[in-house]
Design a protein around this ligand. Structure first.
Ligand SMILES: NC(=O)c1ccc[n+]([C@@H]2O[C@H](COP(=O)([O-])OP(=O)(O)OC[C@H]3O[C@@H](n4cnc5c(N)ncnc54)[C@H](OP(=O)(O)O)[C@@H]3O)[C@@H](O)[C@H]2O)c1
Length: 243
């Protein structure tokens, strides 16, 4: 991307979950924008830096660690949380209510809902107040209650619906202090990443996005949103997703 439109020169941005499919594509796109000074790429994984990219290791998302990251960082114009979990070696999304379990729900909510909320607690105060700022967290269309026609994926759906409520509530409080702020959720589409790999069989080829395409569309949304959009959830194409 030549420039992150709608923002001034020499801005700093931070991406959390920066090693992920969408997260790393966001970092790469942002690092190419001429008006971005530094992209802070926060990850549990040790990442290599690059031109305009400063990696920050966050192996443990404790409040102490988040507070120390906040103390290290300069003022920011954009923060994006790109972490999320749907499955791993010990976890699969529930097909039926019989598969609901406390440890699995706790794990999914921890990554999808609680971490972005804690990151917001520590990072919203770092956002500039005198001009437009954006705090965005990757959500998912399946977190929309009104859009739920298929059922299943109890924990993932509920964790994203709860994330959306966190974002709305954060937007209200932050907006009182920072009139130019925008706090939003973003749905990246179905993207070809580790998260979606086991579930791609029935996805039409043209509906399975490359991470770079999705990241570029999400940054289009970040460019276009205004303070009046705060608290909303947007898909990759700029359409609002209703709760
Ligand atoms: N891919 C899709 O089709 C799709 C569709 C709708 C919504 N989304 C959402 O988009 C976001 C990005 O997903 P993706 O497709 O890029 O997934 P991904 O490639 O699996 O990346 C997810 C990243 O989340 C972080 N993460 C995972 N487990 C974690 C844990 N236990 N603690 C802290 N961080 C953890 C990791 O980042 P680090 O290792 O860098 O810390 C990981 O690389 C997620 O919120 C996902 O729900 C994706």
């Amino acid at each position: 991307m030549p420039r992150l439109e709608g923002f001034s020169d020499n801005i700093n941005v931070a991406v959390f979950g920066a090693s992920g499919g969408v997260g790393s594509a966001l970092v790469d796109n942002l690092a190419h924008a001429v008006n971005i000074n530094t992209v802070y790429a926060v990850s549990r994984t040790s990442l290599n830096g690059g031109k305009g990219i400063v990696p920050i290791n966050c192996s443990d998302y404790s409040e102490e660690r988040l507070a120390s990251i906040a103390a290290e960082l300069p003022d920011l114009d954009v923060v994006i949380c790109a972490m999320g979990i749907l499955h791993d070696n010990n976890l699969a999304p529930e097909k039926s209510r019989s598969q609901i379990s406390m440890p699995n729900m706790q794990r999914v909510f921890e990554v999808n809902t609680f971490l972005p909320a804690l990151i917001a607690k520590h990072m919203l105060p770092k956002l500039t107040k005198d001009r437009k700022s954006v705090f965005a967290a990757l959500s998912a269309r399946v977190g929309s209650i009104s859009d739920n026609r298929l059922g299943g994926w109890y924990s993932y759906r509920a964790s994203k619906a709860a994330l959306n409520m966190m974002l709305k509530t954060l937007a209200i409080e932050h907006g009182r202090r920072a009139k130019n702020s925008v706090v939003i959720g973003l749905h990246p589409g179905t993207v070809d990443t580790n998260l979606s790999k086991p579930f791609q069989t029935n996805v039409a080829k043209e509906k399975l996005f490359a991470p770079d395409f999705s990241a570029a569309r999400l940054l289009d949304v970040v460019e276009k949103v205004e303070p009046s959009d705060t608290g909303k959830i947007f898909a990759w194409d700029g359409q609002e997703i209703l709760p």
